[in-house]
Write a protein that binds this ligand. Structure first.
Ligand code: ACO
Length: 431
């Protein structure tokens, strides 16, 4: 059987044969379907792009039904077990796991670029004392393009590579500065003896000690959380990065826009909502009543359900195991018992089972972050640090893809037809 789709246009009786590649038809092939010679041609209407592939990608694969997540073909479980964030970032960006020499060079380059220009301090100082750290990160990453004018040369591979190093290295430093600013503490310079994650903890939490020593369990846990958040194919923020990049803006401007998309509570802010929900439930005894309310349509069980995963989010499984590891150091987060009971009841309940609602990555991550001493406003910032590698990899892939052009969706115009300009004296209030 040929891989084609035959479409009959009942308006004209005409038949069209459209090729099918990779389980998709090209939307542009529909343009040939016209009701008459003046007809523009058929389009698809797909708000929020629920069923539209906007690119071909080799970076991340998700099977939402089976709960599979692969970066460049490697299962997330294996990477979380055996890799570290910088190695995973290399894999995501360059397509293959690095050799020892490549990894050493990569880590060296990133470590070299963790320092921020001193002017960033002045920039930080301009923000209100209670500014949200994610707001600071969004604006400061955008401002980076004014520090690195070479970044505009996006088609020069060596220059592009330099921006990759800068972004992976400096976004955590900016995040740490934003945090220190928000709590009124002096900024901490990077410590090149420490790992990527160890140094980030140093820049966040160092006080008067001469040398900050990260707790190895917490350092590893945060590193694994970074691995789990490094990429997730064409989500809202990644699509934003691709969209902005498609106009050939520099990567700092694109990444600021992507971070802005992540800032929203429906995306990077969901784990904060989970914590709020757990506080609201208050105790294990209140869980059945809370579930009843959710089933009656009064609010959602935050951290449950996913647009793509219709089974247990593989990242949530790893995070759940890691929570135990972290709590041996920090002490149990008292909200954990409530979360476990919510999960237990929901996974047995027909309402959640029939809708394929399972815990997602955010259900337990907030509990870990909170136990590690992060305020809730830092949660999306941590997400953004990890996702930087994914955003840049997706941006580069878009840039080098000959199929891509400047992103420019179509619309169905439902406004007025042509009408004559109304002089102000003749106008009546419309509403
Ligand atoms: N609690 C209770 N019911 C839910 C939940 C939930 N968390 N999620 C979905 N449902 C129900 C809906 O009410 C709907 O029921 P109905 O068919 O009777 O009307 C059905 O399940 C399907 O829900 P949709 O909203 O159509 O699913 P969608 O794919 O659009 O939403 C989303 C996915 C936004 C993640 C949703 O499950 C949700 O709001 N979850 C809570 C918020 C959350 O945890 N977000 C983090 C996502 S992960 C991330 O961004 C990193």
């Amino acid at each position: 059987m040929p891989d084609t789709l035959t479409i009959t246009d009942n308006r004209t009786g005409q038949q069209y044969e459209v090729p099918i590649h990779d389980g998709t038809i090209r939307a542009m092939d529909l343009r040939a379907i016209k009701a008459g010679p003046d007809d523009f041609g058929l389009m698809t209407y797909d708000p929020a792009l629920l069923n539209t592939a906007a690119c071909r990608s080799r970076i991340t694969y998700i099977d939402g039904e089976k709960g599979v997540l692969l970066y460049r073909g490697y299962p997330i479980e294996e990477l979380a077990e055996q890799s570290d964030y910088l190695e995973t970032a290399y894999l995501i960006l360059f397509g293959e796991l690095p050799t020892t020499a490549q990894l050493q060079q990569w880590k060296h380059e990133i470590t070299l670029h963790t320092m921020l220009h001193e002017n960033f301090k002045k920039f930080m100082d301009g923000f209100q004392y209670d500014a949200h750290p994610m707001g600071i990160v969004v604006s400061t990453v955008g401002a980076m393009s004014t520090f690195y004018n070479d970044a505009k040369q996006i088609f020069d591979p060596a220059i592009r590579r330099r921006q990759v190093h800068r972004l992976i290295a400096k976004v955590p430093s900016i995040a740490a500065y934003a945090y220190r600013h928000s709590i009124g503490r002096p900024y901490v310079y990077p410590d090149n003896d420490l790992s990527f994650t160890g140094n980030f903890l140093n820049m966040l939490f160092k006080m008067t000690e001469l040398k900050y020593q990260p707790n190895p369990v917490l350092e590893r846990a945060l590193d694994v959380l970074f691995i789990l958040h490094a990429d997730h194919e064409q989500n809202c923020s990644t699509s934003t990065m691709r969209n902005v990049g498609s106009s050939h803006a520099d990567p700092y401007s694109g990444l600021a826009a992507a971070a802005a998309a992540l800032y929203g509570p429906l995306h990077g802010g969901a784990n904060e909502m989970v914590l709020r929900m757990l506080h609201e439930v208050g105790s294990v005894q209140n869980v059945p009543a809370f579930i009843k309310k959710v089933k009656a349509g009064e609010g959602r069980l935050m951290g449950f359900g996913h647009r793509v995963y219709k089974s247990y989010d593989p990242r949530a499984k790893i995070i759940k195991r890691m929570a135990d590891m972290v709590f041996t150091v920090t002490g149990k987060n008292p909200l954990l018992q409530i979360a476990l009971e919510l999960e237990r009841i929901a996974l047995e309940d027909e309402y959640f089972v029939s809708r394929k609602l399972y815990p997602n990555v955010d259900f337990y991550s907030g509990l870990i972050y909170q136990a590690m001493g992060f305020p809730t406003e830092m949660f999306p910032v941590l997400f953004g640090i990890a996702r930087t590698s994914g955003w840049i990899a997706q941006w580069e892939e878009m840039l080098l893809d000959p199929d891509q052009k400047i992103a420019r969706p179509r619309q169905i115009y439902v406004g007025h037809g042509v009408r004559e300009y109304m002089p102000i004296a003749n106008r009546k209030e419309a509403h």
